[in-house]
Write a protein that binds this ligand. Structure first.
Ligand code: PXP
Length: 243
């Protein structure tokens, strides 16, 4: 199986910084540490409400880090303008408002076709790799295909919150969606809510080529440091891949 890429989401370093204003802790410093610890990419979500990552963070991440930057963004003209200005390696379109998401939480790619189509095509036009953050649902994958998105990121939030037989069933849904998307020629990423305890089963899905993980890594860093937290995640991902 191919090596699984790890995108480290540094949003919540900015959440802690913003709790007091000022500049500490610096998400760009965290991104550089993540690179040293074995991350393959850096992910940051510039929210419309600027709750964590700021415009200045995106400018600095674009200028100062060597790893590919994956900008998570809502499907708005404002975010499109920012993406076109900074030209990140990738842009993952995520829902921010209730009407943009499915009942489970992923982007409603099927229901939002007319909003998403021009956005996907403008981003692709400047060679930004577009992904859509969707539920592991064939209907949403078909919609992503119609939109010409080269990548989907499967929402693992439900899987992470369930347990027992319900979690096993949700894992099967993730595996089915991953196989279906790959069969259609779409690259498959996954993320949301992943931790040391639940990452292995998702990492073992062969069609998944990238995981984006943030909140748990930053939380665990409080106890063991960011470097150790990322290295342990990397180790668990690699072990699941070779098992
Ligand atoms: N992928 C996407 C598209 C996300 O929006 C998020 C959360 O910002 C993540 C992955 C990472 O989720 P978590 O912070 O729970 O690891």
């Amino acid at each position: 199986m191919s090596r699984l890429r790890l995108g480290v989401n540094i949003d919540h370093v900015a959440t802690i910084r913003n709790a007091r204003g000022g500049v500490h802790p610096d998400p760009v410093r965290a991104a550089k540490m993540a690179a040293a610890a074995g991350a393959d990419g850096i992910t940051a979500h510039l929210r419309e409400d600027r709750r964590h990552i700021s415009d200045a963070d995106i400018a600095r991440l674009s200028a100062e880090i060597d790893l590919p930057l994956n900008l998570e963004m809502a499907a708005t003209d404002e975010m499109l303008g920012i993406a076109l200005r900074h030209r990140p390696h990738a842009a993952c379109i995520v829902p921010e408002r209730r009407e943009e998401r499915t009942t489970e939480g992923g982007l409603d790619a099927a229901g939002q076709h007319n909003v998403l189509a021009p956005l996907v095509s403008e981003l692709r036009g400047v060679s930004i790799r577009v992904s859509l953050f969707i539920e592991p649902d064939r209907r949403q994958i078909d919609a992503a295909k119609r939109l010409g998105a080269p990548v989907v990121e499967l929402h693992t939030g439900r899987y992470c919150h369930l347990d027992g037989a319900a979690q096993v069933a949700e894992l099967a849904r993730l595996a089915d969606a991953a196989a279906y998307a790959a069969h259609l020629g779409i690259e498959v990423h996954a993320g949301h809510g992943l931790s040391f305890d639940n990452v292995a089963a998702v990492a073992a899905i062969p069609e998944v080529v990238e995981l984006n993980i943030g909140h748990f890594l930053v939380g665990e860093a409080i106890f063991v440091g960011l470097d150790s937290s990322i290295r342990e995640m990397r180790r668990l991902m690699d072990a699941a891949r070779t098992a």
